[in-house]
Design a protein around this ligand. Structure first.
Ligand SMILES: Nc1ncnc2c1ncn2[C@@H]1O[C@H](COP(=O)(O)OP(=O)(O)OP(=O)(O)O)[C@@H](O)[C@H]1O
Ligand SMILES: Cc1ncc(CO)c(N)n1
Length: 265
């Protein structure tokens, strides 16, 4: 029997309050009418106030989860979020290379609350071995600084960092998210051939927990449908702007975004 929906896989950590990580990814896939699958890298104890504890899944068990998925059905696209260790990254790289699956990397390093989510060895492995396997990587400013080695304050700095990603680090394409800069919320997609700049008004809110996860999950869902990266980027940007604007107002701290409100293309 042929499958009725595109399938997207997320490989990421969990947030029990559902604002970031695997749960927000699955909500975004569902909202975009894409069937969601997940392999969990870490269980976190966190909420809108911060990260209280982290339990990393043993690397063999991450391998077992991915084997269960890939032995049964091939997802149309996958993304990763929090991957706490280089050992886990090596396992994930093996599956991406074996199955040649379109792969979006959200290079998660630090939670919105400021807590570290991955170790230094993992950041080095990400930069030197993993990001090259992706169709696209989606760093925020802090992650782009850490991976490129540049300090990023202006649009010119963003252009310079993109050149490092593409020319020196061998990345196919990169979306640098300007959510952490001042002024409008501007994101940039760089490929070898062109730059696409998408801008939205900055929404005055602290309810931005899981925005990066959600944005990359929507992009992955659109790629799973066979959409171009340029079109997926537009949908991701429209979705996240709407989702932040319509915050459901959950929790005592940096609340999550709304997965019910965006009805556009
Ligand atoms: N206050 C805001 N108003 C409008 N758009 C925003 C705002 N904050 C972030 N965005 C948008 O949300 C998306 C995610 O960007 P951001 O830089 O917040 O990612 P992130 O830091 O990786 O998120 P996370 O909180 O999951 O770690 C981008 O499209 C960015 O432009
Ligand atoms: C599990 C997880 N992934 C990603 C982030 C980044 O928002 C987070 N806070 N928690």
């Amino acid at each position: 029997m042929s499958k009725k929906f595109p399938i997207a896989l997320t490989v990421a950590g969990t947030d029990p309050t559902g604002g970031a990580g695997v749960l927000t990814d699955i909500k975004a896939f569902h909202s975009r009418e894409v069937y969601g699958m997940s392999a969990v890298t870490s269980l976190t104890a966190q909420n809108t106030l911060g990260v209280q504890d982290v339990y990393n899944i043993p690397v063999d068990f991450l391998n077992a989860q991915l084997t269960s998925i890939f032995d049964d059905e091939l997802p149309d696209a996958m993304k990763s979020g929090m991957i706490a260790t280089a050992d886990m990254m090596e396992v994930i790289k093996g599956f991406v290379e074996k199955y040649r699956i379109p792969y979006v990397i959200d290079p998660v390093m630090i939670a919105t609350s400021g807590d570290n989510l991955i170790d230094d060895k993992a950041i080095d492995y990400l930069r030197d071995h993993l990001i090259q396997t992706a169709l696209c990587i989606t760093p925020n400013i802090i992650e782009a600084e850490r991976l490129s080695g540049l300090s990023i304050k202006t649009e010119e700095d963003i252009n310079r960092a993109a050149k490092i990603f593409i020319n020196d680090l061998g990345v196919q394409s990169v979306i640098i998210k300007g959510g952490h800069l001042k002024g409008d919320a501007v994101d940039y997609l760089f490929t070898k051939e062109h730059v696409q700049r998408l801008s939205s008004e900055r929404i005055d809110t602290n309810h931005t927990h899981g925005t990066g996860c959600t944005f990359s999950a929507v992009i992955t869902a659109e790629i799973a449908k066979g959409k171009s990266l340029e079109s997926a980027f537009k949908t991701g940007k429209n979705y996240i702007t709407n989702a932040i604007k319509n915050t459901p107002g959950i929790g005592k701290g940096n609340g999550p975004v709304n997965h019910f409100s965006y009805k556009g293309e």
